[in-house]
Design a protein around this ligand. Sequence first.
Ligand SMILES: [Zn+2]
Length: 168
Amino acid sequence: MLIRLQAIVDDRLCYEQVRELRWQEGVVCPHCGSSLYRRHGHHNSSEHRYRYSCKGCDKYYDDLTGTVFEGHHQPLKVWVLCLYLMGLNLSNRQIAQELGLSESDVHQMTTHLREGVVKKKQPIELTGVVEVDELYVVAGHKGQPKKVQQKGRKARRRRLKRQKRQRH
Ligand SMILES: [Zn+2]
């Protein structure tokens, strides 16, 4: 490694790149799909990570909400550099060397990045309450081995908490 790539990459430019990538058709709320928003300061992690307040659903989101860059321990510049090096057709091993990471970390990152920067929408929308009835059935007593007795019926509610996601 001749040059420490991470040292010469600017945080501000990384966020500009991400905004260009994900807001190609303008800023859109990842919760409700509304394009009406107001800027609302920045995220704690960086002054260049803009926050938005949605006028449609009143929720907040930022430049990384709903992207693969969110919720991972690597800083954004590492992801952006990884993306850049992938574009140069470097192998995972080479990228790992350039960025000073383990090959398995890079493998995970490149796998995520190949799936797209913005997380895939859930193909099936699961909302509300799904009821599961459980039927307890025991074998019949003496003399009636084939008769099946219904011992008890218990209804259990299971909440499937899945965020309702909107398809574009
Ligand atoms: Zn919204």
